[in-house]
Design a binder for this molecule. Structure first.
Ligand code: ATP
Ligand code: SF4
Length: 316
């Protein structure tokens, strides 16, 4: 069953220097229990998309078009009160990028975990604390963390608390935006294992946003590759990783170091475009080794190349 249907979503930032088309006509869906990885270089619009799905795009950004249907309800047109009471955190929640220091320093972890339960549900404080205790155990922490303050925790522990916060109301979908980027490699591996456990034990739907395709390969069922505000390739992980179709995805995969591979590492020349004035036609054309005339004139439509493997490229 589809839990999230995003259709033709557009999110623009209206800056003094022009309109930044950070998410430009993006469509995808997420099913129950599915992990969708969203990959792309810095600035491709991944975080903006995440904020959009929570309807928390910071000004001067705004959703300017499209639909976001969460559990059958379109949140783009929903009033803020209903969204806050019934959807945000309860049905869809988010672990924000670089949010390790977003915990309130003057409250214990327990108080911060219990507060949303009390706000949203008719339960006693005792019950709420029991739920919080269960949740911290699920994310691999000892129950006594509930009595501790944020400054008493390591980075890895804080990230586990942030994951517990995102899961505390048992939302159907969790968005994790670069959840391991600020952590060292050992802790990063532990947090990845925690996400795998959450996926398996809770059958949790997760939107996993990262610039690191190797993390997506570890956990995602499906992958959407973003370039300059657009999804350029989408498909199940096996298809995208084994037979990448879009020249951008091919370039990204060639830039991942592999232990046993004899293939030479390469990177994509050039830089992502300025989204106030993106290239006409295919937005990747100034960097593409296969560019043709049509690419400079017309935007490639997204096309199924077989098995729900979608690619936006004139080569297909
Ligand atoms: P990163 O991982 O570096 O955050 P990203 O892929 O998540 O990259 P976004 O942060 O969503 O990308 O940024 C997409 C585009 O929107 C970029 O061109 C960025 O400069 C622009 N942008 C993001 N936030 C704002 C803002 N508050 N005001 C204006 N432009 C913004
Ligand atoms: Fe390259 Fe053209 Fe395909 Fe764009 S549409 S990725 S420029 S071949």
């Amino acid at each position: 069953m589809s839990l999230l249907d995003v259709k033709n979503l557009k999110i623009y930032y209206f800056t003094l220097k022009g309109v930044v088309r950070a998410v430009d006509d993006v469509s995808f869906n997420v099913r129950e229990g599915e992990v969708l990885g969203i990959a792309g270089e810095s600035g491709s619009g991944k975080s903006t998309l995440g904020y959009g799905l929570m309807r928390l795009v910071p000004p001067p950004g705004r959703i300017v078009g499209g639909n976001i249907v969460v559990s059958g309800r379109d949140i783009v047109s929903m009033d803020e009160g209903t969204l806050r009471r019934e959807i945000r955190w309860k049905v869809i929640s988010m672990i924000f990028q670089g949010a390790l220091n977003a915990l309130n320093p003057v409250y214990t972890i327990g108080k911060q975990l219990v507060e949303p339960i009390i706000f949203h549900e008719d339960v006693s404080l005792k019950e709420a604390y029991e739920r919080a205790a269960e949740m911290v155990k699920l994310v691999g922490l000892n129950e006594d963390v509930l009595r501790r303050y944020p400054h008493e925790l390591s980075g890895g522990m804080k990230q586990r608390v942030m994951i517990a916060m995102a899961l505390i109301l048992r939302p159907k979908i969790v968005i994790a935006d670069e959840p391991t980027t600020a952590l060292d490699v050992v802790i990063q591996a532990q947090i990845m294992n925690l996400f795998k456990k959450i996926k398996k034990e809770l059958n949790q739907s997760i939107i996993f946003i990262t610039h690191d395709l190797s993390l997506i390969a570890e956990i995602a069922d499906n992958v959407a590759v973003m370039y300059a505000g657009k999804i350029v390739e989408y498909g199940n992980s096996d298809n995208v990783f084994n037979t990448p179709k879009h020249p951008y995805t091919q370039g990204l995969l060639k830039s991942i170091p592999r232990l046993k591979s004899k293939e030479k590492l390469s990177w994509i020349p050039g830089t992502p475009p300025d989204l106030r004035n993106p290239p006409v036609g295919c937005r990747f054309h100034p960097r593409c080794p296969y560019v043709m005339d049509v690419c400079r004139r017309e935007e490639p439509p997204i096309k199924d190349v077989g098995g729900n493997h979608l690619v936006a490229c004139w080569l297909y």
